[in-house]
Design a protein around this ligand. Structure first.
Ligand SMILES: [Ca+2]
Ligand SMILES: [Ca+2]
Ligand SMILES: [Ca+2]
Ligand SMILES: [Zn+2]
Length: 673
């Protein structure tokens, strides 16, 4: 490993930071920069304290697996299994701290396809239950042909079957397995050896399939399409890993300077950025383990809390037809740790931030790639990693456009990432983790963290609001999310949490923190309704709508009272207020002539209130009567056409979503001649 010899010399490091101060203000083209860490002092640059106590390293929690293994050995005879045939595949954490440890069966070292022995244990390792789906296959386990012969045979058969050339068929993960028709769908009856492989046809994204070939290579037994975005672990590369073959050529976008440090070139926009790929040196290096575990935790959060597979190509998974990149045609998340960055003239090493960036490259089957880049020590910051990955999700859903760094949309995008990032952190308690009642982002990467969701610098939207960086102006949204998850008070308004709140500050089980999971679900549903020009008002309005969707659907934890509470929180945080100005003053008009009355609706920040239902009212018989309705346009302007029979007083008002959004314009008078 290199230890950044260049940056170790403090003087040089300071020079390079000074050079980079302007560079780092400018993100890579279309990149969504990280938590905007202030430039750290030299002490924290080389702080490796958090690295000395690594978090658990993946899905398999050693203790649960050990406990389950012990139960397997003790109960083998009673369960009718041979314990030597089982290898642990994964441990799945369930509500209440219990774990289901999934084992796969191997006979003579050959995997039994789709076999499962699942042993469920408590957090203390006590046995709760077991379930098995295994085979009693007892024949010869030697294949009549080689793996290579099987590959070429499968290529020919699939090419014939699909009437395409053999070059269009891709095959990966070819291996000999035991097929038992009781365990595998859609295969011929019996128990036999077969070749199993992932197959795809170039140019056809939906062709990605799992195929079984007879052991002798003569027949395709079955080909069934994969559900896209299945579980493939992310690829994480250590950018500074120092073992390469002589003549090793770096990927496009990765450069090496004379001190031997490697840099991602953030000005390479059009050329693309490097992907952590199968043949990249540093793939799976020791320093990648913590980042990988944190990416997987984020992946699990999105899947279990929000029902989203972030590994899907639509979000973050890179699918490629070039098998040299990922080794198989399945989506992969790509990440680099120990990143240094350059714009081609200034160099930051180590790079004091993290970012996620999408780019267009012919390397990726869909032509769109995305990657996450973590500066030194950012691998331990699970909330920052989740923040970056969340950008990939919100970008795919809502914010897929250029935006100014001081726009409200940018602030919303940074908020959504902070909220999912910190929610993931709060819901995952790692070994030795201290409670973080202030919901600090980045506490693991620098002392005191980067910003607090509970006590943000800008806590609510009011008349003092000004356009600033989105990493500051996300405060009101972040605080809203904090309040909905935990409850609290803003001015005189009491806000209830959306669900349970843990007593000891640590979410040891999902049940203890349903406030956080429901808040996450509500923010996600809100985001799904936003555009790439959304402002705070839109966010508030869509959250009200998302909440009533949930209530009407009887979604767990949501009803009318919940949504009233959400509305109070939105109001207290300044999301709901708006005003109606510039109502046309007609003055005197001739009887029956056509007139246009327009008015403008804008939120607290002055941004237009778009698509809001408005009413033109006239004063008649001692009360206001609505005579016309229309919605505001993209600039917040509404227009009513009217003819007048007699003199009257009129005004423009708006009152929607049960009165949560209401504003009244000034009254004006029309005199009919
Ligand atoms: Ca945590
Ligand atoms: Ca934490
Ligand atoms: Ca945190
Ligand atoms: Zn961000």
């Amino acid at each position: 490993m290199k230890f950044f010899p260049r940056a170790n010399q403090i003087g040089l490091a300071l020079v390079s930071f000074a050079l980079l101060s302007s560079l780092l203000g400018v993100s890579p083209a279309r990149a969504v920069p990280g938590p905007n860490a202030p430039v750290a002092n030299s002490d924290s640059l080389f702080n490796s304290e958090s690295l000395s106590a690594p978090e658990s390293l993946g899905r398999i929690e050693r203790n649960e697996v050990k406990a389950a293994r012990a139960h397997l050995v003790a109960n083998a005879a009673g369960w009718g299994v041979n314990p030597l045939e089982y290898q642990a595949a994964e441990a799945v954490s369930l509500a209440g701290g219990i774990s289901a440890v999934r084992f796969t069966q191997f006979i003579d070292g050959v995997e039994v396809a789709n076999s499962l022995l699942a042993i469920t244990v408590t957090s203390n390792g006590a046995l709760l239950s077991y379930t098995k789906a295994t085979s009693d296959f007892s024949q010869e386990t030697k294949a009549p042909i080689t793996q290579e012969q099987a590959m070429s045979s499968l290529v020919k058969l699939l090419a014939n079957e699909n009437k395409i050339s053999p070059e269009q068929v891709s095959i990966s993960k070819m291996e000999l397995v035991i097929v038992d028709d009781a365990l595998v769908d859609d295969v011929p009856f019996g128990k036999y050896l077969a070749w199993r492989a992932t197959t795809s046809i170039s140019g056809s994204l939906t062709s990605l399939s799992l195929s079984y070939l007879s052991a002798d290579g003569s027949t395709v037994l079955s080909t069934l399409p994969y559900v896209r975005g299945i579980a493939e672990d992310p690829f994480v590369c250590d950018m500074q890993f120092d073992v390469g073959n002589p003549g090793y050529v770096h990927q496009l976008g990765l450069i090496e300077e004379r001190y031997g440090n490697r840099y991602v070139n953030i000005s390479s926009g059009k050329l693309g950025y490097p992907l952590c790929r199968k043949d990249n040196i540093g793939l799976g290096a020791p320093e990648t383990e913590i980042a990988k575990a944190n990416i997987i935790r984020t992946w699990d959060y999105f899947s279990s809390v929000l029902g989203q597979d972030i590994n899907a190509e639509a979000y973050l998974g890179n699918i490629t037809s070039d098998l040299s990149i990922t080794n198989e045609a399945v989506p992969r998340i790509s990440a680099f740790v120990n990143v240094c960055a350059t714009n081609g003239s200034a160099y930051a090493c180590p790079y004091e931030n993290a970012f996620w960036v999408p780019w267009v490259s012919p390397d990726c089957q869909s032509k769109a790639c995305s990657g996450i880049f973590l500066g030194k020590d950012f691998d331990v910051a699970d909330d920052v990693i989740a923040h970056e990955l969340a950008h990939g999700v919100s970008f795919a859903i809502a914010f897929n456009s250029a935006m100014s760094e001081t726009s409200e949309t940018y602030a919303l995008s940074e908020a959504v990432s902070d909220i999912f990032g910190e929610a993931m952190d709060q819901l995952n308690v790692t070994e030795g983790e201290a409670p973080d009642p202030n919901w600090i982002l980045g506490e693991d990467v620098q002392a005191g963290g980067i910003r607090s969701l509970k006590n943000p610098q800008i806590a609510r939207i009011d008349k003092n609001w000004i356009a600033r960086d989105g990493h500051d102006n996300n405060g009101p949204v972040n605080k809203l999310a904090y309040l909905l998850a935990n409850g609290g008070k803003v001015g005189k308004t009491n806000i209830n949490p959306l669900g349970t709140v843990t007593n000891d500050g640590l979410c040891n089980s999902t049940d203890e923190c349903t406030g956080i999971s429901r808040m996450s679900q509500l923010v996600f549903a809100t985001t799904s309704k936003l555009t790439a020009s959304a402002n705070y008002f839109d966010f508030g309005k869509q959250m009200v709508i998302a909440c009533s969707d949930f209530a009407n659907n009887n979604t767990d934890g949501f009803n009318k009272a919940t949504c009233k509470n959400v509305a109070s929180a939105l109001k207290a945080q300044g999301f709901t207020s708006f005003k109606i100005t510039r109502t046309t003053k007609l003055g005197s008009v001739s009887r029956g002539s056509k007139t246009v009355i327009s008015a403008k609706a804008s939120g607290t920040t002055g941004s237009p209130v778009v698509g809001q239902a408005m009413s033109l009212q006239i004063y008649r018989g001692n009360k206001w009567v609505t005579v016309k309705t229309a919605s505001t346009d993209g600039s917040g302007v509404v227009k009513f056409r009217a003819k007048w029979g007699r003199s009257t007083t009129y005004r423009v008002i708006s009152k929607t979503n049960g009165g949560i959004f209401s504003a009244t314009g000034k009254t004006a008078r029309v005199r009919v001649r």
